[in-house]
Write a new protein. Sequence first.
Length: 601
Amino acid sequence: MILRRGLSAIGVLSLPTLMRFIRLMVSLVAPSSVEYPKQADVYHGQTFDFIIVGAGSAGCVLANRLTEVPEWNVLLIEAGGDPPITSNLPALFSLVDYSTADWNYYTENDGYTSQAHKTKNVHLTRGKMLGGSSGANYMLYVRGSKEDYEDWVAQGNEGWDWDNVTAYFKKSERMNDPSILNGETAEYHNTKGYLGVTKPDWKDKTEPIFEAFKENGHRILPDINGEQQVGYYPLSFTIDNHIRQSTANAFLSPIRTRPNLFVLKNTLARKVIFEGKKAIGVEVSLSGGQVSEMFATKEVIVSAGAINSPQLLMLSGIGPAAHLEENNIDVLLDSPNVGENLQDHVCVLIVVTGKKNIKSALQNFAGFVNLDSFPSPLVAGHIALDRRQKYPDYQAVVFVEPAASLTASIICASVVGLENSICNAISYAIQDRESLITALTLLRPDSKGKIKLRNKDPAEKVRIYNGFFTNKNDLEQHTQSVEDFITIVNSTYFKSVGSEVVNINVDACKSFSFGTHDYWKCYVLNMVSTLWHPVGTCAMGPEGVGVVDERLRVRGVTGLRVSDASIMPTIVRGNTNAPTIMIAEKTADMIKLDHGIDMEV
């Protein structure tokens, strides 16, 4: 017992030090088998056909597809460097947070939500490296619901319907799982794309969990990326050939020697350069610190993500006029919705105990031995509160953990950054019991936040107002989702092992009886974090509403597009990496068509 308590205490109280040590050791002993494009040798005033700002989930895809045209020279600009080994090894996904490969953003403290966090706000990991946030995420391959894309079309964005986007999902994918390729959803998948996707076999660990959810009235799906999108399912991951399939690894590394591809790393885009209202280039701070200008004869494409893309537009004079003037930026175009419409998937941790198993106390290290795979078995669900509904309200990602779970400690204390008392309570409750560590996410919140400049310095981080629960209906629905999920403890299996929902004694909720609706509402409000899916800040839409049009051209200027998660008018009901890759695939074809090259999906 003393040994187990010692492991729990170390897991919580010394995690930052422990993670820094692991990160250092891995960087010293683990070889990197991935090669990336070399730093381009460029000169001030050099001209390219296209300039892409941001080598993230979208930018690497665009660089690959546009350089398929041998006559086009493409410059790809990235603020970070090559991905660290901790990014490439799937088991070490959590070590990217807070590293030099992370922008390390924090949201503004609203004094209302997330008050159970040590910082009273939310740490928003965003990848700062080739591959961007595709090198920092949890590698879940989820496309979103059919209704999401049909809704985009209903909002005035022609060409983004389910059938159209599915073709682009398939274009990028290299699915390697026989059960999917030979199953009922095979028509939704492809085996020839750049993006490797695999599905681990965790049946021995997850079968009783699936049976419990089935008993609880949920459909069990073989694959979430087909026509049926409500139920529990085994996850597919962007992992293949023993490494993370970030877009740097999947799309950029294979073309690293293309003579028409030029990559600038550790280079910050300062602003887009205009001639009148035509984008003609980008001002950058090179890796050595000198400011230079690069020019584009065809287009500048901003793919810097939902935080940095609106920042760059505003620094370039495109945004809400009053806000630009406050920051002494000359207004090129009054575009009031730049930086607005910020949406994210709000998430809370729920811990459910499983069977006693003191022999598994040291198994929490086993997942980190096989560095080329995800360290924990996962079960996931997309669930509708109204069981007749065809689209989900919440997502549950369930880590199936051994006793004394190191994963639980890392997620609680480091990744989410909850108060030590909360993480200690979790560690104590699961020191000799298996557990389900669940990230429970509201998939379609109505609340919206915004991005604002601090000042006109391109190196200064923006203010991020996440807007969590500004719409009170979101808090109610998220609370109902928690109450719906935890009924799993009433299933035969979980009753047989004496399962219970862990009471972590959130200080702000002590006036409410544990398990009541008011308690869970208080819990959700104070525990809420992010699933790291910010979108919508340069949303596409009709004139007068959209920052960009349905072809992702920035309204009011020429020669400029935005292509990344910021263009989503509404957030998809699923993880956002696969949809962002899809957006880039579609953008590349739209660009080719607009410049006279017909490329079929």
